[in-house]
Design a protein around this ligand. Structure first.
Ligand code: ADP
Ligand code: MG
Length: 243
């Protein structure tokens, strides 16, 4: 196969549709979504509640299957892979951040951040050292031994960011990571994503319903009627689409 693709193209969503069928109720959530995510870019997806943002993010992360269409990560067709290979990709190449931190309550911040590295089978000492360094980078060097219940909402989300980055993923998928935070903590989470993303070269796709936070990212797309609308940076520079 000789396919000419941009080497910076990381993840590609091609004509993805998703419908849920429960009895007589048939919900067509995604209707032929196309999306290219490039290495290191920071992309926001906005849209009203129920528009399909989480569904798309899950499909991008092999957490839910599309009804139709394809998702490729560096040329690999994710839905042609075995569940074991998908799990490996989730652990090695992808990071996830959720609206509710999903930290393990009985473990400390350090242990939570180290966990995906230990699951990968990496050396415990090395992983813990990295977890400590990451927690320091997100401003939590003084909270290493705190459990989630002993941290604020913003601190928990910053811990979740550190955990998403421990295996140096190529892409982090974040679903309303600030949906549960006050404005100031939300801003600082975005600042952190900007800073860490550009320092580490990690791509971020962040779903948010907050257009102000979305505006901080390199590129914004809107989920509407089961499709993504928006402009690439080049498009917006060269043509103005009337609203
Ligand atoms: N497992 C499911 N079964 C049936 N309908 C679902 C399921 N998951 C999501 N939906 C429906 O799909 C639509 C999009 O949901 P979602 O992707 O969570 O939206 P968003 O994240 O933008 O709020 C909603 O109307 C929701 O009710
Ligand atoms: Mg959602």
């Amino acid at each position: 196969m000789t396919q000419q693709t941009n080497p910076r193209l990381l993840l590609q969503v091609k004509q993805v549709s998703k419908r849920y069928q429960e009895g007589k109720i048939d919900t067509q959530v995604l209707k032929g979504v196309d999306l290219d995510v490039y290495a290191g870019e920071q992309l926001a997806i906005v849209g009203t509640s129920g528009s399909g943002k989480s569904t798309l993010l899950h499909i991008m992360g092999t957490l839910d299957e599309p009804t139709q269409g394809q998702v490729t990560l560096q040329g690999e067709d994710l839905y042609q892979l075995s569940p074991a290979r998908q799990a490996k990709i989730r652990n090695h190449d992808l990071g996830f951040i959720y609206q509710f931190h999903h930290l393990l309550p009985e473990f400390t911040a350090l242990e939570n951040v180290a966990m995906p590295g230990l699951i990968q089978g990496r050396n415990k000492k090395a992983v813990e050292q990295e977890a400590k360094a990451l927690l320091e980078r997100v401003g939590l060097g003084h909270r290493l031994d705190h459990t989630p219940a002993e941290m604020s909402g913003g601190e928990r989300q910053r811990t979740a960011i550190a955990r998403a980055l421990i295996n140096q993923p190529k892409l982090v998928l974040a679903d309303e990571p600030t949906g549960n935070l006050d404005a100031a903590s939300g801003e600082s989470v975005y600042e952190l994503i900007r800073e860490l993303g550009s320092q580490l070269g990690t791509a971020f796709v962040v779903v948010t319903h907050d257009p102000k936070l979305a505006a901080r990212m390199d590129r914004q797309l809107q989920m509407k009627d089961g499709q993504l609308f928006g402009e690439t940076e080049q498009d917006s520079a060269s043509s103005q689409v009337s609203a």
